[in-house]
Design a protein around this ligand. Structure first.
Ligand code: IMP
Length: 424
């Protein structure tokens, strides 16, 4: 494994939690690099089904040190609650031992959540459909150098001033939208209290990870969201505010980019998106509803129904390319049982009829997918563990995808459980 990463290849919700939980059995460190508690990584643990938002998906592996890296935006109130919830169900999560948070990670303040709502309101019809958790405004403060970092929570002497400045900057805009500005002094006091309670886990994780890498320890970097939500390479402006592709793994940990030895991409056997923005292979008919029902496609963070559509080989080829993925873990193949025919978008048609096979940066909403059709299968594949256990039509579909995305598919997930995996 050395240092490897797992990246979502579309707009998030690809099933990364399951593969990270699986790979974590061979890891010493599992590290979140970007995003915040907008993520929802579902794992089926010994304690049942659980959704992790901020704590890395190695949470249920006793030997793993879970690290929240410097590129993550941390809501410390949420972090404290998530840790408590995990401990309640028996996860071996202990600040300072099995869970560390970078002192450089930016803090999400209540005022960021308020700004997230106002920004969405101001966008009107062009709203992004954010998770409303303050992610974008926290990253904006990082870029404008007015953010507060987790290490500041341990320095209460200047915390009150920093919080007051941050709130004062935003107060006029919030007031103009009749949004109440939280009391800065009270928030600073709460943060100082959180600092005391979280202190054991706040550390220079960049130093720690670089030393671990030099010592040959196995580091698994857990991507959040997906390549098409990346602020630079995704479907801007309908994206998140961090670097959610492979490059963000270096930015968000302090590891040198050359340390990364392999990239595993994760993508479903069909496509989904939550929130607004272009989605060329989206289905608007009963087949889309049927996919949503079969895959239980509701957002794990916000509960919103996910938009569903066919596998988009053009988009995935692009994200395989951008992320440097060589191996793809294809998830939710079992969900396609009974759908006939199966479809894959292998090109797009522009409004003037021109056919393109690349994923463009603009006018994505005007693209018409060009589909290829494949035989469907009626068998329940959840019991399959070897390639030969899969029906011929399911194997043919996986091979067709593989041929079109430019990466190998060595593993296919056929159900939510840890062991419901076909290895080729
Ligand atoms: P934000 O990250 O809350 O600012 O939301 C920006 C966009 O990214 C919205 O369309 C969200 O629905 C989407 N998004 C953010 N995080 C996730 C995720 O973990 N899975 C799926 N979509 C996400």
């Amino acid at each position: 494994m050395a240092t490897s990463c797992v990246i979502g290849l579309l707009w998030g919700d690809e099933g990364k939690g399951k593969i990270i939980d699986l790979l974590a059995q061979d890891a010493d460190y599992v590290v979140r690099c970007a995003g915040g508690h907008n993520a929802g990584h579902t794992i089926i643990s010994p304690a049942g089904k659980l959704v992790l938002h901020l704590v890395p998906s190695g949470a249920f592996r006793d030997h793993v040190v879970n690290v929240i890296g410097s590129g993550v935006v941390v809501d410390p109130w949420h972090l404290e609650q998530e840790v408590a919830r995990l401990r309640e169900v028996g996860a071996p999560v202990e600040l300072g031992r099995s869970l560390l948070v970078s002192e450089r990670a930016q803090v999400i303040l209540p005022v960021h959540r308020a700004m997230d709502q106002v920004a969405e309101h101001m966008r009107g019809g062009g709203r992004i459909g954010t998770t409303g958790r303050g992610i974008g405004p926290a990253y904006a403060d990082r870029a404008s150098r007015s953010g507060i970092r987790m290490g500041d929570l341990l320095r209460p002497a200047h915390l009150a001033d920093a919080v007051a400045r941050s709130f004062a900057e935003k107060a006029p805009l919030l007031a103009a939208h009749d949004v109440e500005v939280p009391d800065a002094a009270a928030v600073a006091e709460e943060l100082a209290g959180l600092g005391e309670r979280l202190a054991a886990g706040i550390a220079d994780t960049g130093d720690l990870l670089r030393a671990a890498e030099r010592d040959g320890r196995r580091i698994l970097l857990e991507g959040a969201q997906g390549v098409l939500l990346d602020v630079d390479h995704g479907t801007y402006p309908y994206c998140t505010s961090s670097s959610s592709s492979t490059a963000g793994c270096a930015v968000g940990t302090g590891l040198p980019p050359a340390a990364l030895s392999s990239v595993t991409g994760v993508v479903k056997a069909y496509a989904t998106r939550v929130g607004e923005g272009p989605f060329p292979s989206e289905l608007f008919d009963s087949e889309g509803d049927a996919l949503r029902d079969a895959g239980n496609e509701y957002g794990s963070t916000t509960g919103r129904p996910r938009r569903c559509g066919w596998f988009d080989a053009v988009a995935v080829r692009y994200s395989v390319d951008v992320s440097g993925t060589r191996e793809v873990f294809l998830t939710n193949l079992d969900v396609l049982r009974g759908f006939r025919p199966l479809r894959v978008a292998s090109a797009y048609e522009l409004p003037d009829g021109t056919r393109i096979e690349r994923f463009p940066a603009f006018e994505l909403d005007q693209l018409r997918p060009v589909y290829e059709e494949f035989d469907g299968f009626d068998e329940d594949v959840t019991g399959a563990r070897t390639w030969q256990d899969l029906p011929a039509a399911a194997r043919g579909f996986v091979e067709a995808i593989e041929a079109r995305i430019g990466a190998a598919i060595p593993m296919v997930s056929v159900g939510p459980g840890r062991d419901e995996v076909v290895r080729r």
